[in-house]
Write a protein that binds this ligand. Structure first.
Ligand code: ADP
Ligand code: ADP
Length: 216
């Protein structure tokens, strides 16, 4: 199964992807996670991405397209894309690469949440830098405050989850990323809209219902 999960920052893409990959045995390809790993590893790609990520802007398309197409090729037709494509050129780049490989995405899911809800989700988000698990100080607190439930150690707040950067990321989303859904609609692809302003488990079950129907 090849899936794309769209939605604004904080919609719950990462949270839901972790559950989707477990149930359907897929690889989670998160452009944000890959970029953070490159930064942590001090690679050239990571250094290039740094200033864009810190300000809440987007890393240049050519860097992202090369990075993600490489990851997709390794995932051998079983993946869920999270945070990519995020601009029209990225959507076009992905389309071209898939066409050349004779492949097609099975479903495009779009998580819907309004901006005020997102601000609270992002400023309350805490993540484990070791295993990537995501928590929320109120909505999904860890068992012991500030510590990953998996025993990895301290949770961190991402620098780009501070309020001023969050506002910029939302602006970037509306200006550059929202149009990606329109790109797929214009191509006649059906979009599965999911109300993501519900309990995490309810969102998961709505997504599983849709994906089970596709598998059948
Ligand atoms: P994204 O990958 O889309 O940026 P995340 O999955 O990291 O979003 O979720 C952002 C924050 O919101 C996290 O702190 C997460 O625990 C919380 N969260 C995710 N889904 C929900 C939900 N349905 N209800 C409440 N909080 C949620
Ligand atoms: P979110 O949790 O808000 O969805 P991500 O972890 O996906 O955030 O992304 C964090 C940052 O990494 C973005 O603000 C952006 O700077 C960069 N980034 C991630 N994916 C892309 C992409 N597809 N194109 C350009 N920049 C990206």
């Amino acid at each position: 199964m090849r899936l794309i999960l769209c939605g604004p920052p904080g919609a719950g893409k990462g949270t839901q992807c972790k559950r989707i990959v477990d149930k359907y045995a897929l690889t989670h390809l998160s452009s944000g996670d890959i970029l953070r790993a490159e930064r942590a590893g001090g690679t050239e790609l990571g250094r290039k991405a740094q200033s864009y990520m810190d300000s809440g802007g987007l890393v240049p398309d050519d860097v992202i397209i090369g990075m993600m197409i490489g990851a997709i090729q390794k995932a051998a037709g079983r993946y869920v894309l999270d945070g990519f494509p995020r601009t029209l050129p990225q959507a076009e780049g992905l389309d071209k690469a898939l066409q050349e490989a004779g492949e097609k995405v099975d479903a495009i899911l779009n998580l819907l949440v309004d901006d005020p809800v997102i601000e609270n989700r992002l400023t309350g988000r805490r993540s484990c830098p070791q295993c990537g698990r995501v928590y929320h100080i109120e909505n999904l607190p860890p068992k012991v405050e500030g510590q990953c439930d998996q025993g990895c150690g301290r949770l961190v707040q991402r620098d780009d989850d501070k309020p001023d950067v969050v506002r910029n990321r939302l602006k970037t989303y509306h200006e550059q990323t929202e149009a990606v859904v329109g790109f797929y609609k214009a191509k006649g692809r059906s979009i599965i809209n999911v109300d993501a302003d519900r309990d995490i488990d309810e969102v998961t079950s709505a997504i599983f219902d849709e994906l089970d129907a596709i598998k059948r």
